[in-house]
Design a protein around this ligand. Structure first.
Ligand SMILES: [Ca+2]
Length: 199
């Protein structure tokens, strides 16, 4: 009986203590939650911003390649050609003193095992209206270069051309076409783009 009484008497302060502990834990949990929401979220955001900044900076200046010029003015272009297949030309002017435009050409969905040529025409009146039809075949410097498709109709070629004849800052409207080398038939055409000579 005494033991039961004792347990009963003791049970009240123990229950109260348990409740106190529970309340204290709730408060700590709430504080933790406030910390997570109030402090951790901005810190996480800052970390994410820093990560995205550093990754985009890394993407812009890969160590293995020369740094490209800024996107504005139009020193660099991604030219899309459409027609009987698809073409992409990465038009790049590195930040060096060489006055060379690099043209990485990728053709797709054309006739297999066929040779093609990439041509461009420019006019100096920059109004997004490409009026020139003075097509010039591009290649490796002054040497025209065929782009030969494989058995799946895909072809790649790394072309380049000097623009040393033009002063830096010169602006042009430019458009492109791909012709089949044997027949001169136009198979792909591009919209009108604008570019500025970098150095
Ligand atoms: Ca024009």
């Amino acid at each position: 009986m005494i033991a039961v009484m004792d347990r009963g008497e003791l049970s009240l302060p123990i229950a109260a203590e348990i409740e106190l502990h529970a309340n204290a834990r709730k408060e700590i949990d709430m504080q933790k939650r406030e910390l997570l929401v109030g402090v951790t979220a901005p810190v996480l955001l800052a970390i994410l911003v820093l990560l995205s900044l550093s990754s985009s900076a890394a993407a812009q200046t890969p160590e293995s390649e020369p740094p490209w010029g800024p996107e504005t003015p139009n020193f660099n272009l991604e030219i899309i050609l459409r027609g009987e297949g698809f073409g992409l030309v990465k038009f790049r002017q590195p930040n060096d003193g060489d006055f060379i435009i690099y043209l990485d050409v990728w053709l797709r969905d054309l006739a297999p095992n066929t040779t093609y040529l990439l041509q461009r025409a420019v006019d100096p009146i920059v109004d997004d209206n490409c009026t020139s039809t003075a097509w010039l075949t591009l290649g490796k410097g002054l040497q025209p270069q065929s782009i030969t498709t494989d058995e799946t109709g895909t072809g790649r070629e790394e072309l380049f051309r000097s623009v040393a004849a033009f002063p830096p800052g010169s602006e042009f409207d430019i458009h492109f076409q791909v012709i089949e080398e044997a027949t001169s038939a136009v198979v792909l055409t591009s919209p009108c783009y604008q570019f500025t000579i970098s150095q």
